[in-house]
Design a protein around this ligand. Structure first.
Ligand code: LLP
Length: 421
């Protein structure tokens, strides 16, 4: 459920008409709903209520400072995957003890900065990383809390590019090797083992792969404990999917997911960490765009928007579907015609939807891409020298620009011409 609904035929973000935001800030623009972000966080908290847990929001999904502050104030921790994300979390006021550091390629510099600023744990993904972290921690005369991310060889049944828990994926340590690597970690004076980490992929629409992976983690917990390791914490990753098409068979709810966690791991007495990103941010955001032209082609019509693949890459990168709806609700029974919905970028990959049935729309009309809060703004680029687009946060009847649209001059001024030219 989200808070982008038609009221009297006008698409609202909570109590603000999206058209008012478009008029004030211009298009394209990302708009987020505070109530939806809060609701999604709360739904997870309720799903895990009664278990010792921490929800570490995977900020890669949407990392604007305002969003981090909003979630941090509710008690969220953060899952970070780079020095940049770590710094963003600290800047938003998240204490180090609520920040978990994930990622296959942490540099020594990133490790040192997190040890300096405080970190709940590093989720270590390889033996070379284990050795590097041990060395960095010892040099700093400290001890780094770690889990090992295990690769359970489970197929998440999601898009090829976002499946992370199969043996051929670059992530984690093969689960069969885990006992050896834990033994090695236990011998390193710069490290303190605190638990196990697993993350098998994103946009999962079925609980079965989660359950298969978590059952393996439960088994590993028992084995490692019998070998003398203190496994007090289980980081179960993120990945729960969201409905991208309204009225479609919905993915499992966080409450189902929570019940499954309880069933599979509840008797171990571990603290549970989860790292949801998409489920918190995805349906809490829309991308508002204007129609530039309706172009009649040889065998199809093209609705050309002012948003493009550089603003929202998911359709061209993953073939992802986003519902695209007019800001003015079409009259009931109005004829819809199939159009290709595209942006102005100079490649055919800049296509948001093919043969999408749409009500009549023309120059200047406004549309919203739904479910664009996660992996939208954060994956944007300036391709075709299109400046990044602004972000707006709505809270009931108020809204604020939480990232301004850079000017074209600002974009150009970041370049420097060498003196020899
Ligand atoms: N934890 C780890 C270690 C991750 O790698 C990810 C996502 C998450 C948590 C959060 O997963 P979520 O709950 O959001 O599914 N750009 C792609 C999605 C990439 C996901 C990468 N890792 C997309 O637009 O679909």
């Amino acid at each position: 459920m989200d808070h982008f609904l038609y009221r009297d035929g006008i698409l609202m973000a909570e109590d603000v008409a999206l058209a008012d935001i478009a008029a004030s800030v211009g298009t394209p623009v990302y708009v987020y709903s505070t109530a939806t972000l809060r609701r999604h966080y709360t739904v997870f908290a309720e799903a895990l209520a009664g278990m010792d847990h921490l929800i570490c929001y995977a900020m890669k999904a949407l990392s604007n400072q305002a969003v981090l502050k909003l979630l941090g104030d509710m008690g969220a921790g953060m899952d970070v995957v780079s020095g940049g994300e770590y710094a963003r979390a600290l800047a938003a006021g998240i204490p180090g003890e609520r920040i978990v550091f994930s990622g296959v390629g942490k540099t020594r510099d990133e490790m040192a900065r997190a040890l300096q600023g405080g970190v709940r744990q590093f989720n270590v993904e390889s033996e070379p990383e284990l050795e590097a972290l041990d060395r960095v921690a010892r040099q700093m005369d400290t001890v780094a809390p770690i889990t090992l991310r295990v690769n359970p060889d489970v197929d998440a049944g999601t898009h090829e590019k976002i499946a992370t828990g199969r043996r051929q994926d670059k992530f984690g340590i093969p689960i069969a090797r885990a006992p050896q690597v834990y033994a090695k970690a236990a011998r390193m004076p710069g490290l303190r083992v605190v638990g196990i980490d697993v993350h098998i992929g994103s946009q999962l629409t079925d609980l079965a792969p989660f359950e298969a992976a978590y059952a393996k983690v439960a088994e590993l917990t028992r084995l490692l404990r019998s070998q003398g390791h203190a496994i007090d914490r289980l980081d179960l990753g993120g990945g729960l999917g969201i409905p991208y098409v309204q009225d479609n068979a919905a993915p499992p709810l966080p409450s189902d997911y929570g019940a499954m966690i309880r069933r599979t791991l509840g008797d171990l007495g571990c603290q549970i960490e989860i790292e949801p990103g998409r489920l918190i941010a995805g349906n809490a955001g829309v991308l508002v765009a204007s129609v530039i032209y309706l172009k009649q082609g040889e065998d199809r019509d093209f609705l050309i928007l002012d948003a493009a693949m550089n603003d929202l890459i998911r359709p061209s990168m993953y073939g992802a579907h986003h519902d695209i709806v007019p800001l003015v609700q079409p009259a009931p029974g109005v004829d819809r015609a199939a159009v290709d919905i595209v942006g102005p970028v100079c490649e055919s990959g800049d296509t948001f939807a093919r043969a999408r049935p749409m009500p009549p729309l023309g120059e200047g009309d406004l549309v919203a891409f739904r479910s664009a809060g996660a992996y939208g703004a954060v994956m944007a680029s300036e391709y075709n020298s299109r400046p990044l687009i602004p972000e707006v946060l709505v809270d009931r009847d108020q809204f604020a620009v939480i990232r301004a649209r850079p000017t074209i001059d600002e974009m150009i001024e970041r370049d420097t011409i060498p003196a020899w030219l």
